[in-house]
Design a protein around this ligand. Structure first.
Ligand code: FEO
Length: 183
């Protein structure tokens, strides 16, 4: 008996996304190694933690496809992008990567809507929310570096930025949870 409740198109899209999340993990690992090598241990720590989160995302896609009776396929992962030249380029790259990933997530949401695959649509809502957080985190990195002086930041302000990122949480607060007293 065929127990696969995913259409071939949805199964492939979810499997591709499983691999895409591993590519994101490698990208952040690679950026983290670059930052560590430059002496930014706090930024590296932030990126290593983020690399682990991306791997967790990949596992969620893997589990979901298996639970629906499909079989995800591990594919060759493209090499991560080249090392950034500056911290600004590093943070811009992270932001762009997240926005690109959101586009990929929306495509799967759209496909699930077209196919009226409500289980997949429901599963994907977790990722829609997660991408809001991840884009916010990436945007906050750009803002923090800008305040520190961008590529002309002093060693002292970069030291403070690096230290703050080591201690910064993995998730950004969602607008849905904001109140007047705690915006
Ligand atoms: Fe798994 Fe940063 O998206």
């Amino acid at each position: 008996m065929n127990t696969n409740r995913l259409s071939p198109a949805i199964e492939k899209a979810l499997s591709d996304q499983m691999n895409k999340e591993i590519h994101a993990s490698h990208t952040f690992l690679s950026y983290g190694i670059w930052a560590d090598d430059k002496g930014y241990q706090g930024i590296a720590n932030f990126l290593y933690r983020h690399a682990q989160e991306e791997r967790n995302h990949s596992i969620k896609f893997m589990e979901y496809v298996l639970n629906r009776g499909g079989k995800p396929k591990v594919a060759a992962i493209p090499a991560p992008p080249a090392d950034p030249k500056t911290l600004t380029a590093c943070f811009d790259g992270i932001f762009k990567h997240e926005v690109d990933n959101t586009t990929a997530i929306y495509k799967i949401v759209d496909l699930s809507l077209q196919e009226k695959d409500w289980a997949t649509w429901n599963f994907m809502q977790w990722f829609v929310q997660e991408q809001i957080e991840e884009e916010t985190l990436a945007q906050n990195l750009i803002d923090k570096l800008k305040i520190a002086g961008g590529d002309r930041a002093t060693d002292e302000s970069l030291f403070t930025l690096d230290k703050s990122l080591k201690e910064s949480p993995d998730d950004a607060p969602l607008a849905q949870n904001a109140t007047g007293a705690n915006p």
